[in-house]
Design a protein around this ligand. Sequence first.
Ligand SMILES: N[C@@H](CCC(=O)N[C@@H](CS)C(=O)NCC(=O)O)C(=O)O
Length: 195
Amino acid sequence: MNYTLIGSLTSPYVRKIRLLLHGTPYELKVVNYLEEAGNEYLQSINPVNKLPVLIDGDKTIIDSRVIFNYLTKKNKWPELSIDEENILSTIDGAMDASINLFMLRRGGLDLNCGNGYVERNLARVSHILKHLTPWVKEIDEKNPAHWNFLTMSLYSYLFWLGFREANSLDAHPELTKFLERFKNALGVAETTIIA
Ligand SMILES: N[C@@H](CCC(=O)N[C@@H](CS)C(=O)NCC(=O)O)C(=O)O
């Protein structure tokens, strides 16, 4: 077994790395950071205390983006263009905002409370979802090259939004269609989110 991926079965950040590693032998070590032992373990290997973490021999790689860059270099995959990097940053920007909002809601905050920072993040998410729509329309699910780290990231994020009931996609029909179009893509069934 080459790699150990430290993750959870619900995190969209972990899922996109699981999708990327689909077909590569690796061990998935499931950590629950909401439990004391899991939290202490995660903190001991990642000072940021976030999932995912990839272990490759004596190397510990933190942050999904850095894990992707590491695997790209190691496997000599083509590098992303700046436009693609920007799309990835956009998807990650929405994902960070949605996860923070979800954590606040889970901690008991009413997201309709009028707090300026909450409002800013809600607006960020809907703006990004709208912004991604023209790009999503150009993606062809029948082209194997279009199932890549960008689409894996978007799929993981949008699926998670539905799973957590974090954001309705009613105003974004192209994104709902995207989820439907890629539901049979490589690795999707094997990495489905489990609560
Ligand atoms: N920038 C990080 C974000 C990862 C992230 O936010 N992970 C969440 C799970 S989805 C986490 O570990 N949260 C724990 C916490 O916030 O304490 C990455 O790309 O890996």
